[in-house]
Design a protein around this ligand. Sequence first.
Ligand SMILES: [Zn+2]
Ligand SMILES: [Zn+2]
Ligand SMILES: [Zn+2]
Length: 368
Amino acid sequence: MKVFHCDHCGQLVFFENTVCLNCGHVLAYLPDLGDISALEQIEGGLWKSQPRDGQERTWRLCLNYSQQNVCNWAVAEDDPNSLCVSCRLTRVIPNLSPPGSKLAWQRLETAKRRLIFTLLDMHLPLTDKNNSPEHGVAFEFLADGDRGGQPVLSGHENGVITINIAEADDAERERRRSDLQEPYRTLIGHFRHEIGHYYWDRLIQDTDQFDGFRSLFGDERADYAQALAVHYANGAPGDWQTRFISAYASSHPWEDWAETWAHYLHMADALQMAFYSGVSLRPKDQAEPTVSQKTLKEGDAGSFDRMIEAWFPLTYIINNFNRGLGVPDGYPFVLSTSVIAKLRFVHDLIAAAREDQNKLSSTSIPPA
Ligand SMILES: [Zn+2]
Ligand SMILES: [Zn+2]
Ligand SMILES: [Zn+2]
């Protein structure tokens, strides 16, 4: 995530803010520009953003912003869709009658927008299932009982990501985390995990990445249902920490992949924030690992070695801030050598996908 400012008065603002608390302007995230802007209302339900490069642009607020208050993104005036690029990917919203479900929906969309920001920022292919039934992605937010009395399992199938809205209830999610003895369970973590399954389909299945994948993660043809049943019955192997990022990752190569992918997105997001915030750690001597603007900048430009170099000191900072505030460690993980090799595979795959996307978009622009 990046650092944002109100472009009317310069006040620091969060990605989620809808109003600048300093100058009072309505704020919206403009996905086309990758930035937050202060808006001024003009006629016909339209809004004008602050001029950029001498250009003024006109927007509508996403329908989920203007009517539901669960979004803060804008839609370019000439885009026929009434929903923003994030909200339009949700094809089933929760039933809003039960108390608390509107709040759950808002929390889900808020976490999802952070995911979509990262995917767009990484130039990963992201297709709407409405436009591309075969390769697209769609989200469904369901409660237990919505589908004929059955419990709703969060998961991914053929581009459809289902999230049980109970996960948006802090007490319920914490209960599940504690029951499953997980050190970390968050909404954004769920989104990053499930989208990992989607990108496995898009970036590994039917590509020449299979051999590389199997040599690191194992053979995904192992019976999935049986592997999960064994995992829930027996738990993870005693030495899982030397090979996997989480206990759950040890259940099946697909889950190892999704857990590793999610972890890579956690890292990329936090490192980007550290870079844009100007974070650095004072080293005791030159040989000590440190997080510096130089390593962060090189990591942001795509060097996995620089990312890893900056990562350990950054997590030291994160966890020490949390300990000082009396809350649990924000980063309760240990990276083994074999997990680092898997993360490098994810990094290289994303870099290659970005290159392909950039080639595609540069060839689709007609010559001047
Ligand atoms: Zn302002
Ligand atoms: Zn929206
Ligand atoms: Zn999974």
